[in-house]
Write a protein of this length. Structure first.
Length: 245
C-alpha cells in the first residue's frame, strides 16, 4: 500500500510538472494576446479558472467548501484569506466564480510567460521592501476594482511556516476601505499538507475552505483599518479553529 501511495505521488508530481511546462508558455502567451482587446479580456478569467482548476485535479486535491451562499458572482469583493501554501491560489481560483486580481511579489512578474500572463490578467506587483512602492501598488489595486475585478489579499503577507495564523498587515485593508468593497474573510485548511512552505513535492489530500459573510466597508475611514483587520483576523481564526467546518 505504501509503495502504491509513493507511486501515485510520483505520478501526480510528474504530471503536474509536465502540465506547467506545457501550459505556462502557451496560456501565458494567449492571455497576453487576449489582453489587447476588450473581447479577449472577458475570456481571460475563464482561462485562469481552467488552468487553476486543472492544477487542483492533477494534484489529487479534494475540496470541501462552505459558505459560497454568502457571496454573489455578479458582485465584487476584497477576499482576505490565510496563507499556508503556494497552493492557496489554485484552490481559491477554483472555487470563486469572480474575476480576480491579486497582489503578488514583484519577482514573480519577471518570470517569462508566467509573469507576463500575471500582468496581462490584471494582477498587481507589490514591493514588500519599499513602503512607498507598496502604497503605489495598493492604489493600482484600487484601480482594478473600478475595472470590475475582485481582489484577493493574504493579510499575513507571506506563507505561515507552521500553519498558525500570523499577525496581519493593514495594507490590504487600506485597499478595502479605499475601494469601498466588502471584505470577505476566507479560512483555508489543508493546503499546508498538500504543499508545505519550502517544499516542491505535492501530496494529494483534502482541503477545506470556509467563506464568511462579507464585512461592509462603506463609511469606514483609514482610522478604522486596524479594527477591520482585527475583525477579519478573528473570523479567519475561528474558521481555522473549527478545521474550516
Amino acid at each position: 500500500m505504501k509503495t502504491f501511495k509513493k507511486f501515485e505521488i510520483f505520478l501526480r508530481n510528474f504530471t503536474f510538472a509536465f502540465y506547467l511546462l506545457i501550459t505556462v508558455p502557451t496560456l501565458g502567451t494567449l492571455i497576453v494576446l487576449l489582453s489587447l482587446c476588450q473581447t479577449g479580456k472577458r475570456i481571460i478569467p475563464k482561462i485562469q479558472h481552467f488552468w487553476l482548476s486543472n492544477m487542483v485535479r492533477i494534484a489529487g486535491v479534494r475540496l470541501e467548501v462552505r459558505g459560497l451562499e454568502h457571496i454573489r458572482p455578479e458582485e465584487n469583493y476584497i477576499f482576505a484569506a490565510n496563507h499556508q501554501s503556494q497552493f492557496d491560489i489554485p484552490v481559491i481560483g477554483t472555487i470563486l466564480p469572480h474575476k480576480i486580481s491579486w497582489l503578488a511579489k514583484k519577482s514573480l512578474f519577471k518570470i517569462p510567460f508566467f509573469g507576463w500572463g500575471l500582468l496581462a490578467a490584471g494582477c498587481v506587483p507589490i514591493d514588500r521592501e519599499n513602503p512607498r512602492k507598496g502604497l503605489e501598488s495598493l492604489m493600482l489595486a484600487v484601480g482594478k476594482t473600478k475595472e470590475g475585478f475582485s481582489v484577493l489579499i493574504f493579510p499575513e503577507g507571506t506563507r505561515s511556516p507552521d500553519g498558525r495564523l500570523q499577525p496581519f498587515k493593514v495594507g490590504g485593508f487600506i485597499l478595502a476601505i479605499k475601494s469601498g468593497l466588502p471584505v470577505v474573510p476566507i479560512a483555508i485548511c489543508g493546503t499546508r499538507e498538500v504543499l508545505p512552505k519550502g517544499k516542491l513535492l505535492l501530496k494529494p489530500g483534502l482541503v477545506r475552505v470556509k467563506i464568511f459573510p462579507p464585512i461592509p466597508t462603506k463609511g469606514l475611514t483609514l482610522r478604522d483599518k486596524h479594527k477591520l483587520a482585527e475583525l477579519v483576523r478573528l473570523r479567519i481564526a475561528d474558521g481555522l479553529k473549527s478545521g474550516c467546518r
